[in-house]
Design a protein around this ligand. Structure first.
Ligand code: APR
Length: 171
């Protein structure tokens, strides 16, 4: 596990994870950046992902994979984090599922490296301190049985420091 500060769309890893919404047709934040960098074909590929129910291509906590198109990354793994309310409405479990399902999907597709943004900690309001603990815990558990290079791509300096403190504890 390692930390990179900056723009996830620039990372030449096998898969970058997108913090999407359930409709999976783009948005703001990292979702917007990834769609802009990948180009129109990404939108078209997302449109082809079957709806689990009307208006929902990717239910919260699940993950879907598409090619990366114009991105340096081969794949985009779209996952939908929980909207944070108070931590008492299943948010921790749903966020943990985002990491578990994205890692599993990356492994199923033969990815040797994957980069995560700080899922749910922007528009969805998840406190970075709690979200980062879940990200590191789930990744550590996965790495007990899998070999994949995991990058936590932090756009914000503050977020990078939170992850750095956690990873010091893990080593
Ligand atoms: N590279 C890496 N991280 C980024 C980038 C980028 N280019 N742009 C933003 N981020 C970071 C934000 O700083 C935040 O730490 O991604 C993290 C997640 O924030 P959001 O993108 O707001 O995602 P989220 O909180 O999961 O909310 C998802 O926002 O954009 C919409 O369509 C999206 O409805 C969905 C919701």
């Amino acid at each position: 596990m390692r930390i990179v500060k900056g723009d996830i769309t620039k990372l030449a890893v096998d898969a970058i994870v997108n913090a999407a919404n359930q409709l999976m047709l783009g948005g703001g934040g990292v979702d917007g950046a990834i769609h802009r960098a990948a180009g129109k074909e990404l939108f078209n590929a997302c449109l082809k992902v079957p709806e689990a129910r009307p208006g929902v291509r990717c239910p919260t906590g699940e993950a879907r994979i598409t090619p990366g198109f114009k991105l340096p990354a081969k794949f985009v793994i779209h996952t939908v984090g929980p909207v944070y309310r108070d931590g008492q409405h299943g948010e921790p479990e749903k966020l943990a599922n985002c990491y578990r399902n994205s890692l599993a999907l990356a492994a199923e597709n033969g990815c040797k490296s994957i980069a995560f943004p700080c899922i749910s900690t922007g528009v969805y309001g998840y406190p970075i301190e709690d979200a980062a603990k879940i990200a590191v815990r789930e990744t550590e558990a996965f790495l007990k049985t899998h070999d994949i290079d995991v990058v936590f791509c932090c756009f914000l300096e503050y977020d990078a420091r939170i992850f750095e403190k956690l990873l010091q504890g893990v080593k």
